[in-house]
Structures are given as structure tokens and as C-alpha cells.
Ligand binder design. Structure first.
Ligand code: XMP
Length: 506
């Protein structure tokens, strides 16, 4: 188990991902709020930071229980912090140190650089520079512009590097992390999906005993994997509820429900479409639509949960990025759209919360799903927002608009699948615009709806690029939509990236 102390760098989560890729478990804690008892941690990594160590409000945590005690790897800001406090000198650099560089000098016989040759490319991103190493510092590597690119403290397992090993542009970054974790800290790489599944099931059995648990399934990867893990742990004591809010994709409710039953899950499908449509009637404001959907969902879910006698727990598919976000150095980032808050428990549902996936990244959830033999089709599904088509119908919602958009969306998504494009796209969907445009069909003038198609590539939804779908494919889909979906006479393709646009239009 590795502790990563976060100083607020944009790359901290990447460090965790790289460590996990080595099958080593790690946890991120903010520098100003980490556990007192470090006995469970075999090594510590200090992250980068947007701060300068010389600033008064910069992170300056007390490292006396760590430095010289645990194997320590300090990255970027971490390396500067170690220097600053160990009697070295950190100063603003005279030249910009950003981007690719090469390690022109590497000290020979140094374990941290085992298997890494002189000339190795590294990624730099800093504006201060270490002018003088701290007491007992030994220089390990330099680039053309950065003399003190890596150092260690003599007599300790303390290492510091100015570059970012977690970024792919640092070609041997993974090797360096492996050297540190395996050869210096002597950690066993035993964090695999199989091990996770075994431990998780045992922990859940221990925690839940004979208690009943209720879980809301959404058709998405996270809730499905959470359900299967719980099902393996407690069997019939897991009660799943799958709510149709009337805003799902075409035939989604029926198809996914069938799949869940096939997997042996105890699922109750609740068709609450009408209740959602009634609550949404006449509302056009995106945030209000979201709030209404959230509220009605909780009402429906609560009604159903009350019918399960003596239920004690609510299971949620929360994953690690949500957990980190909620305890981050800067606090949860400003709300851009209301879903970005970790959904807590509504007050009136006095259930204890169990979150089997709270320590996993998305790709790890998928791997665990694979270990659990969950169908590839389910695991590879694009993310789909909780409010569903309601935030892809600009303006107010009616069942007719939903049906129209479902048809358009189905043509687009099935087309992506048929043309083997589905898996190369992170998320895709259609948007119903609140405008009519003039067209001509046969001899007749039409005045009908415009739909937009959106497909993006992304890794986590935080940033996204529009996908360059082949023109031939777009031609085909556009024709099919206009020919088959009554009420649509124009199709446009969204060529905006995030930022500044968002993935959804609302
Ligand atoms: P944006 O539009 O913010 O979307 O770029 C980023 C990701 O979040 C999804 N999204 C939502 N998911 N409730 C959700 O559960 C919402 O209200 C919501 N809004 C956006 C969006 O589909 C994309 O994957």
C-alpha cells in the first residue's frame, strides 16, 4: 500500500493510475489531511503542485514521520519542497522549463535508474528550479537546462525527481516508478482484479453479515459491477431496483432488465415514466430539469425501498475519482453542472451506505467486471447521463419529443456499432434542438426539427474532443435519420471540443 500525498497537481491522479498499473495499491490523500497512523503504508510519493515552495501559503506539511522513515519519492514540487526544507535552495528559473527534455547525465549504478539509459526523455513542468541540493543530497541525473533533475539523500531511502514520471512523455517513467516501488521499497505487486474481487467479497460479507441491501441499477458499468460483487457476497439479500424514468434510450429498459435477470440478479424494474413526464411538464431550464429528475428518482426509489422489509444498507456505485474530488486539496471543484457533486444520502433515507468500488478507477472497474464475467457489451457501454434524454432535448420535455429523439439516437448508435466505430468513441448521442428549419421533400416544403449528432473522445469526461467520424458514415446516418424519423428534416454534426463546450448541450 502506497500513500500519495497530493499538493494539488493536475497530475496526481495519474501517479495513482501508474502505480496501480504496476499492480500496487495506492491511496491519494491531501497534504493537509492525511492519516496519522502510517503503519499500513510501505512507501510515500509526494506529488507536484501549482504552488511555489517560496510562497507563504504553499503546502509545507510536516514530514518528520515520513522522511528517512518510509521509502520516499518526491516528484516536481515534492522534490523542491524536500530541497527547500533540507537546507537546499529553490529559486525562480531563468529559462522556461516546460515540455520534453533528455537526461544527459545519469549516475551509474543507481537503483532508481536501473534499465534507464542516458538520453531518456522526461517531461518537465515547473517554473522554480532547485539551485542547490539539500544536506546530504547526491545528484542522480541532469538535463541540459536542469542540473538537479534527480537526487537522493545519502543514507536514506529518499529520492526526488524534478520531472513527471507519471506522464507518458516521460518514456521511462513507468520503469522509474517500478524501480522505486519494487527494488527500493520492496513492495509486492499483488493488487490484481482477481485479488480485489476475493478481498472485496470477503470484506462485504464481513461488513453486511445477514443484513439486507438495496441498490439502484442504472444500466451503467459502475452500478452493474457493484451489484454483481454484492450479489456474489450476499446473494438473495441484495435487492436491486431499476427505474425507468422515461428518458432512457430506445428499448433500453426492457433490454437491460432482461440482461440483469439473465445474470441472476434480483431486480425489480419500475416503470415510472409518467411520473417523471408529469413532474417535468413545461420546464425548460436545464438545472431545474435535473433537480426535478433527481427528486422524482429519490421519491420513486424511496417508495420501492420501503417495500423491502428491514433493509439496512444502501449500496452505491461510487468510484475513486468521486471520492478524491470530495476530499481534494482545494475542496470539491466549483459546481458547473449539478451532477458533479458526489450524491450523498437523502436525509429521509436513513440507511447506511456501502460502496464496494470506492477505491477503484473506471478502467479498474471494467477489469473487475471482466473478472466477474460480466458481458463485454455491458462493460463497454458508453456513459449515459442520469437525467438521460431530458438534457438532450433542449427546452421542455414531452413524451413525443422523447420518442422522436429515441429513434434518432438509435439510428446513430446502431450505426456506430455496425460500422465498428462504437468502441473508438467515448460517448455519443443525439440532441433535439428547439428550432424548426425549412426543407423540401418531394414537391413539398417542410418545416421540421433539427437534430445534432455528438460524438467525443475522452478519458474521463473532464476534457473531450469531437471525433472525426468518416464523412461516408455521416452521410449514411444523416440520410437514414431524415428518411426514417418523421418530424426531422435536418441533421448537423457538433464539432466543438470541451473546453470550452461541454459534452452535453444542457
Ligand atoms: P459535460 O456535459 O459536463 O458532461 O461535459 C461530462 C460527462 O458527464 C455526463 N453528465 C451527467 N451525468 N448527470 C449525470 O449523471 C448529469 O446531470 C450529467 N450531465 C452531464 C455527460 O454525459 C458526460 O459523460
Amino acid at each position: 500500500n502506497v500513500l500519495i500525498l497530493d499538493f494539488g497537481s493536475q497530475y496526481t491522479q495519474l501517479i495513482a493510475r501508474r502505480v496501480r498499473e504496476l499492480n500496487i495499491f495506492c491511496e491519494i490523500y491531501p497534504y493537509n489531511h492525511f492519516p496519522e497512523d502510517l503503519s499500513g503504508f510501505k512507501a510515500v510519493i509526494l506529488s507536484g503542485s501549482p504552488y511555489s515552495v517560496r510562497a507563504n501559503d504553499a503546502p509545507h506539511p510536516n514530514l518528520t514521520h515520513i522522511k528517512g522513515v518510509k521509502p520516499l519519492l518526491a516528484v516536481c514540487y515534492g522534490a523542491q519542497y524536500l530541497a527547500h526544507f533540507g537546507g537546499g535552495e529553490v529559486a525562480p528559473s531563468t529559462i522556461r522549463e516546460y515540455g520534453r527534455a533528455n537526461l544527459d547525465f545519469i549516475k551509474t549504478d543507481e537503483v532508481l535508474f536501473d534499465g534507464i539509459a542516458t538520453g531518456s526523455q522526461v517531461w518537465m513542468s515547473h517554473s522554480d528550479t532547485i539551485k542547490q541540493l539539500p544536506t546530504n543530497g547526491v545528484l542522480l541525473a541532469s538535463t541540459k537546462d536542469v542540473t538537479n533533475a534527480a537526487y537522493k539523500i545519502e543514507g536514506e531511502n529518499t529520492y526526488a525527481i524534478q520531472f513527471h514520471p507519471e506522464v507518458y512523455h516521460s518514456t521511462d517513467g513507468k520503469q522509474l516508478l517500478e524501480n522505486f516501488l519494487l527494488k527500493i521499497a520492496h513492495i509486492e505487486p499483488n493488487f490484481t482484479s482477481t485479488a480485489f474481487v476475493e478481498d472485496c467479497i470477503a470484506d462485504l460479507q464481513n461488513q453486511l453479515q445477514d443484513d439486507k441491501v438495496v441498490l439502484g441499477l442504472s444500466g451503467g458499468v459502475d452500478s452493474t459491477v457493484a451489484a454483481v460483487l454484492l450479489h456474489k457476497a450476499i446473494g438473495k439479500n441484495l435487492y436491486c431496483i431499476f427505474v425507468n424514468n422515461g428518458l432512457l434510450r430506445k428499448n433500453e429498459f426492457e433490454n437491460v432488465l432482461e440482461q440483469y435477470k439473465h445474470m441472476g440478479l434480483n431486480v425489480k424494474g419500475v416503470d415510472a415514466s409518467q411520473r417523471f413526464y408529469e413532474a417535468l411538464a413545461g420546464e425548460s431550464d436545464p438545472e431545474k430539469k435535473r433537480k426535478i429528475i433527481g427528486r422524482v428518482f429519490i421519491e420513486v426509489f424511496d417508495d420501492e425501498a420501503h417495500q423491502i422489509e428491514n433493509v439496512k444498507w444502501l449500496a452505491q456505485g461510487t468510484i475513486y475519482p468521486d471520492v478524491i474530488e470530495s476530499v481534494s486539496v482545494k475542496g470539491p471543484s466549483a459546481t458547473i453542472k449539478s451532477h458533479h457533486n458526489v450524491g450523498g444520502l437523502p436525509d429521509f433515507m436513513k440507511l447506511k451506505v456501502v460502496e464496494p468500488l470506492r477505491m477503484l478507477f473506471k478502467d479498474e472497474v471494467r477489469r473487475v467486471g471482466k473478472t466477474l464475467d460480466i458481458d463485454d457489451e455491458l462493460l463497454g457501454r458508453h456513459p449515459f447521463p442520469g437525467p438521460g434524454l431530458a438534457i438532450r432535448i433542449l427546452g421542455d420535455i414531452t413524451p413525443e419529443k422523447v420518442q422522436l429523439l429515441q429513434e434518432v439516437d438509435a439510428i446513430f448508435i446502431n450505426g456506430l456499432k455496425e460500422h465498428n466505430l462504437y468502441d473508438s468513441v467515448w460517448q455519443a448521442g443525439a440532441i433535439l434542438l428547439p428550432v424548426n428549419s425549412v426543407g423540401v421533400m418531394g414537391d413539398e416544403r417542410t418545416y421540421e426539427k433539427v437534430v445534432a449528432l455528438r460524438s467525443v473522445s475522452s478519458t474521463d469526461g473532464m476534457t473531450a474532443d469531437w471525433v472525426h467520424l468518416p464523412y461516408e458514415f455521416l452521410i449514411k446516418i444523416s440520410n437514414e435519420i431524415i428518411n426514417k424519423v418523421k418530424g426531422v428534416n435536418r441533421v448537423v454534426y457538433d464539432i466543438s471540443s470541451k473546453p470550452p463546450a461541454t459534452i452535453e448541450w444542457e
